[in-house]
Design a protein around this ligand. Structure first.
Ligand code: MAN
Length: 525
């Protein structure tokens, strides 16, 4: 059996609403279509008027199309289906009698071209259930949002109190640091003085030792050069030393020898050591005794005799059993050493090593160490207070919504994985993208600001200045917040290259109201 056709005359009057009205007229517009005493219809835009019979006569008379609400005669006409059992729907008049059922009550198809089944009750029921489901969600969300708001406010108060406390502590910590710094400076001054004195005495001692060694080497050289043992070194004793060959012709002339003797024929030991030796010590080589040469014994060292290569002197014994070195006191005087021990350290080593500080300097160093440690502790305390203050100030500067409700999301990270990437959102921090197949994370941006429209500021957040997109912008993400039972990142997509969008549901975005968009019953055109 055919479904009941809805065939009503073009001028039929609908009486489903409170006011009887022609076909296709919305309840809210019904008063415009009330016949007046002259039976004249005035177009809704007021521009023209016609006999009432012109309404729905399938001929477009009004420029705004208002005389043909129930036919497709006007290109700009609008047809309203009452949809009893569900919700009224407005469709373009062009859809009237076009052979497609647009209205759930089928009233847009009354010509008989097509038989429309009335599905309004069924749709209405589903819609009601959906509205109830969303209502519940909203109510539950609002309840949770209140809790979040309470803890957000509490958190802000705690942070504020902590900040005030720290700002007060900071003053004391700064004073303490200044005091400790003064004490450190005070303790370091005598320490430095004593250490410098010690160093200076050691430098002098080293210079003295070196001069002593040098003089001893000079004397040894003198004795070796003075081959006739007359306590003079003369020109003839010099010429046998090839190293004095100035022009490198293989012979040391008397003039060359004399030049090395500072233009005198001979010098005594004192003159040799003080005047001649400093100039020749770099080139002087002791003569190799003939027996040694003929016996094939090892040659004496060929290196020039300098400060570091001197024969042992009474002052520089080479045995480990030698008398230990004297130390240097804080006032720079040498202190007698302790009796020798069986210490394994060799004399040569200790020769080059600065002696330990004396007890007085050690006490000053210890005192300075204590002052330094106290200063470092005070300095670190102040720095740590400053770090905490700065982190608290950043927190206080964040906008957590009118009721501090969004603070629950701070320091929380959420992930969403699609076919290719795992997206991550650390709320109020950053957003990123990681390929599922492995590889490094790409920054999609760091926290920027709330970016919702003026009347709905807290509906979206912007994360910006992410990794630059090749031949494109810096990556950025717009996070859309919607009411939901839990905090969850539910979608991530890239509406245009390197400009991402995340959908995030949270009870914090629940308003307690159901909007037509929420129900997906957004069927008014
Ligand atoms: C990577 C990803 C994509 C992005 C391209 C742009 O592959 O970050 O999301 O579209 O780079 O080159």
């Amino acid at each position: 059996m055919l479904p009941k056709l809805i065939l009503i005359c073009c001028l039929a009057v609908i009486t489903s609403g409170s006011i009887p009205r022609p076909r296709g007229v919305a309840d809210s517009n019904a008063s415009h279509y009330q016949p007046n005493s002259e039976n004249v219809f005035v177009c809704i835009d007021g521009s023209q008027s016609f006999p009432y019979t012109y309404v729905n006569d399938d001929y477009c008379d009004c420029a705004d199309g208002s005389d043909e609400p129930g036919t497709s005669a006007c290109p700009n006409g609008k047809f309203t289906c009452t949809n009893i059992g569900h919700r009224p729907l407005i469709v373009p008049a062009s859809r009237v009698n076009d052979g497609v059922c647009d209205c759930c009550d089928g009233t847009d198809e009354y010509s008989g071209n097509i038989a429309c089944v009335n599905t309004c009750n069924e749709l209405g029921k589903k819609h009601k259930e959906e509205v109830e489901r969303i209502m519940k969600l909203q109510e539950e969300g609002v309840r949770k949002k209140k809790e979040f708001a309470e803890s957000g406010k509490k958190m802000k108060e705690e942070k504020k109190a902590r900040l005030e406390q720290l700002q007060a502590d900071r003053e004391a910590a700064e004073t303490e640091r200044q005091e400790m710094e003064a004490k450190k400076d005070e303790a370091e001054a005598p320490e430095k003085e004593a250490k410098d004195r010690h160093q200076k005495a050691w430098d002098e001692e080293k210079a003295r030792r070196s001069a002593e060694k040098d003089a001893a080497a000079g004397m040894t050289a003198f004795n070796e050069l003075d081959s006739n043992n007359d306590n003079f070194v003369d020109v003839l004793e010099m010429v046998v030393h090839n190293e004095f060959d100035i022009d490198s012709n293989g012979v040391v002339s008397e003039e060359e020898a004399k030049e090395h003797l500072e233009e005198v024929e001979k010098v005594d030991q004192d003159t040799f050591v003080s005047k001649i030796w400093p100039n020749v010590k770099q080139i002087y080589k002791p003569l190799v005794p003939e027996e040694a040469q003929s016996d094939g014994e090892a040659s004496p060292p060929a290196e020039p005799q300098g400060e570091t290569a001197t024969p042992p002197t009474p002052e520089t014994p080479s045995s480990s059993t030698a008398t230990p070195l004297p130390s240097i006191s804080a006032d720079g005087t040498l202190v007698s050493p302790d009796p020798p021990t069986n210490d394994v350290q060799t004399q040569d080593d200790s020769d080059e090593k600065m002696p330990d500080y004396d007890d007085e300097t050690k006490v000053l160093i210890e005192a300075a160490d204590v002052a330094r440690n106290s200063f470092n502790a005070a300095d670190e305390k102040l720095k740590s207070i400053d770090r905490e203050i700065s982190s608290l100030q950043s927190y206080m500067n964040l906008d957590f919504g009118n009721e501090e409700e969004f603070s629950v999301l701070k320091d929380q990270c959420f992930e969403y994985t699609d076919r290719e990437y795992t997206y991550k959102l650390c709320v109020y921090e950053r957003a990123s993208q990681r390929p599922k197949s492995g590889g490094s994370e790409t920054s999609l941006g760091t926290w920027g600001r709330w970016s919702g429209p003026e009347n709905d500021r807290y509906s979206s957040q912007l994360y910006e200045r992410g990794q630059n997109c090749w031949n494109g912008p810096d990556r950025s993400v717009k996070v859309h917040f919607k009411c939901g039972p839990e905090n969850q990142l539910t979608n991530a997509y890239e509406p245009s290259r390197c400009e991402y969008a995340f959908d995030f549901i949270t009870p914090v975005s629940c308003s307690g109201k159901v909007s037509p968009l929420d129900t997906h019953a957004h069927d008014e055109l």
